[in-house]
Each structure stands twice: as structure tokens, then as C-alpha cells.
Design a protein around this ligand. Structure first.
Ligand SMILES: O=C1O[C@H](COP(=O)(O)O)[C@@H](O)[C@H](O)[C@H]1O
Length: 261
């Protein structure tokens, strides 16, 4: 059974980003010690990219063997490679350009105009095949058992590019799909599905600022994932909400350590 989620509240966005980066160093070092390699799923968005920036300058960052890290993305805006709005572009300039990753182990999602042209559907199928090729028999799934999947939360409760009530949320087989008509620009995207996200040992949901307070409350309530996608993003071993005070403002007191809010 999937363990229930828990929440850690930090005073503000800066400490949230720094503390999450420190937590990531420990998780990746532990994963490499246990299994030889580690696999992370990156997110875009404001706080997600700040965490990557903090990881690039974290004092213990070189305790991680960056050559033995597999890097995946939870979603991507289907735009040309190098477009500043792509999550990949943000992750490269915040972190990946500053650490010694093996380019063969970095798996960006498809871009418009690359080998699949402007066909986001074909691009998503290609990504699903890459995930399948990386899965090992012991994963018992069509995607690897990522050590950690980072996800930002939108004010509408979206995670990755899974927006409330959209068809991608009904997907129970494919691990990556295209999204058309996303309510947040750009309208065309590629995203991991909930079954792929649930392959992760740990899912960390990041939220900062008052505009996320209702979304965080709903994501921790017993809401259905079609209405509240963040409520469906759960890790096999652990689901952690890493939030700042403003984003935690509407959480029930029993979910927050005394004196934190
Ligand atoms: O469009 C997206 O938005 C979410 C959340 O972004 P934020 O700036 O509100 O934190 C992000 O997690 C997702 O990866 C991205 O494509």
C-alpha cells in the first residue's frame, strides 16, 4: 500500500529551495550507495528551477557522482530545443550545465522541430520507448523506478502537464502522452502520466506562495486525481510535500508541525 503523504513547511521560498537541494544531495548519495546509480525526474516552474539552482551551488553537491545519475523530465512545453520557455532549458542553465553529468544519461523530452517534427504525439511515444528501454525487469513497469520525482504544483492543482479534467488523466497504460489545449501556455506539451509518476520511489511536490495554498490543501485531501491531479501523484515509498508558509496556509493543523505556521 502507498504510504500517506506528509508535509514539511519552510519559512519562505529561499529556505525551501536550499533545504530541498540539501535533501536531494542526501537522497541521491544514498541511492548511489545502495544501487550504484540514481535516477531523478525534474520539474519546471519557479520553485522547481530555484531548487536546481541551489543544488548547483550546494556545499555537498559533489558528494553526488553526477556521472552515475539518470535525468528525466516530468513534462515539457512542446517548443523548439533551446526555447527559454522549455523546462529543459531552465534545468540546463540552473544545474545541468554546471555539473559533470553524462550526456547519454540525460533524457530531455521531445522538442518541436526535432526528429518528430511538429508531432507531439510521436514525440511522446518516443519518450515512452526511452522509458521502457531504461526499465529493468525488477522494476515490473514500463518505466524505471526513479529515485525521486520532483513536481511543481499549479494553482489549479496541475502537476507535470496533467491539468484537471484533461484526457491525459484517464491514461492507465502509456507512460508519456501529448497534451493539446493546456490551459496554461503553451497549449501543446508532453507529460509523464500518473502511472509513470507512480513508478517513483519518492514523489516530492514543491509549492511556494499564497497562490498555491488552495491547491496544496486539495492535494492533501481525499480528492480524485481527475479533478485534482496533484492528489494522484504518489510515490511507492514516500510522498512529501515541501512547501513554504504561504503555500501551507490552508493546511489542516494536524498535517503541520506545531509552531510552524
Ligand atoms: O507549466 C508548468 O507549471 C508547473 C508549475 O509551475 P510554477 O511556476 O507555478 O511553479 C510546473 O511544475 C511544470 O513543470 C510546468 O511545465
Amino acid at each position: 500500500m502507498t504510504p500517506p503523504p506528509s508535509a514539511v513547511v519552510h519559512p519562505g521560498p529561499d529556505l525551501l529551495a536550499k533545504a530541498t537541494a540539501a535533501r536531494l544531495v542526501t537522497l541521491l548519495v544514498d541511492a548511489q550507495a545502495a544501487r550504484g546509480t540514481a535516477a531523478i525526474v525534474l520539474t519546471g516552474g519557479g520553485i522547481g528551477t530555484s531548487v536546481l539552482g541551489e543544488l548547483a551551488t550546494a556545499p555537498a553537491r559533489d558528494a553526488v557522482d553526477w556521472r552515475r545519475l539518470d535525468v528525466w523530465w516530468g513534462d515539457e512545453r512542446f517548443l523548439p530545443r533551446g526555447d527559454p520557455e522549455r523546462n529543459e532549458t531552465g534545468a540546463r542553465s540552473a544545474l545541468l550545465d554546471h555539473v559533470n553529468v553524462d550526456p547519454e544519461r540525460v533524457h530531455p523530452m521531445p522538442a518541436s522541430g526535432d526528429r518528430n517534427g511538429d508531432d507531439a504525439e510521436r514525440g511522446a511515444d518516443h519518450y515512452a520507448r526511452e522509458l521502457l528501454a531504461a526499465a529493468r525487469p525488477e522494476d515490473h513497469a514500463d518505466a524505471p523506478s526513479f529515485d525521486v520525482c520532483l513536481l511543481g504544483i499549479g494553482p489549479d492543482t496541475h502537476v507535470a502537464s496533467l491539468f484537471p479534467e484533461q484526457p491525459a488523466l484517464y491514461e492507465d497504460e502509456r507512460t508519456a502522452v501529448s497534451v493539446h489545449g493546456a490551459p496554461k501556455p503553451p497549449p501543446t506539451r508532453v507529460t509523464l502520466t500518473l502511472p509513470a509518476i507512480r513508478c517513483a520511489r519518492e514523489v516530492w511536490l514543491l509549492a511556494s506562495g499564497e497562490s498555491k495554498a488552495d491547491a496544496v490543501r486539495l492535494a492533501l485531501a481525499d480528492a480524485g486525481p481527475v479533478q485534482v491531479p496533484a492528489a494522484g501523484a504518489r510515490g511507492r515509498k514516500r510522498t512529501l510535500f515541501l512547501v513554504d508558509r504561504a503555500a501551507a496556509r490552508r493546511l489542516p493543523a494536524d498535517l503541520v508541525a506545531p509552531g510552524v505556521l
